[in-house]
Design a protein around this ligand. Structure first.
Ligand code: HEM
Length: 135
């Protein structure tokens, strides 16, 4: 066993999913996210009245994306997120609102300085990629 701090050759990198503590982190993150969505006059009407399924789908997707169980795809198939968002008109305002609620949700989770920027960079990029109307 080396004590030099160098990576061990038999060690695999820790998954983000593991680093944050697994399913409970993503379930709680999504709860916070939808608390924001519920109070947002622009976002709320886009979602179903009952948000139970929406929460499960978003949490399941994020769990899968960050290295956890692939349950989302077992239940929903390939994510094809852009295609699945086609029914909704997503411009810069909607993408900014989505990102804002996710940033607030991360704040509520007290994500540490290691993982917060990793998530924020991803969420910014993903929200931008979902825009499907020209300005
Ligand atoms: C940019 C602004 C966005 C808006 C306005 C938006 C809005 C929506 C709406 C209205 C739904 C349907 C709700 C439901 O599932 O019942 C949905 C589904 C979903 N969204 Fe978004 N979304 C946005 C960005 C994103 C991003 C960036 C991600 C991923 C990082 C994401 C992940 C998902 C997932 C996984 C689903 C469920 C897909 C399925 O399996 O049917 N969304 N979104």
């Amino acid at each position: 066993m080396s004590d030099t701090g160098a990576p061990r050759e038999d060690a695999r990198p820790l998954l983000v999913y593991e680093y944050v503590g697994g399913d409970p982190f993503f379930v709680a993150l999504v709860e916070h996210f939808y608390e924001g969505v519920e109070r947002d006059a622009v976002m709320r009407p886009m979602y179903p009245v009952d948000l139970t399924g929406s929460k499960a789908r978003l949490a399941g997707f994020l769990i899968q994306y960050w290295g956890g169980p692939q349950t989302y795809s077992e239940q929903r198939g390939h994510p094809r997120l852009r295609m699945r968002h086609n029914p909704f008109v997503i411009g810069a305002a909607e993408a900014a609102a989505w990102y804002h609620h996710m940033e607030a949700a991360l704040g509520a989770m007290n994500a540490d300085d290691v993982v917060r920027p990793v998530f924020l960079e991803y969420f910014a990029r993903a929200a931008e990629a979902m825009i499907n109307v020209a300005p």
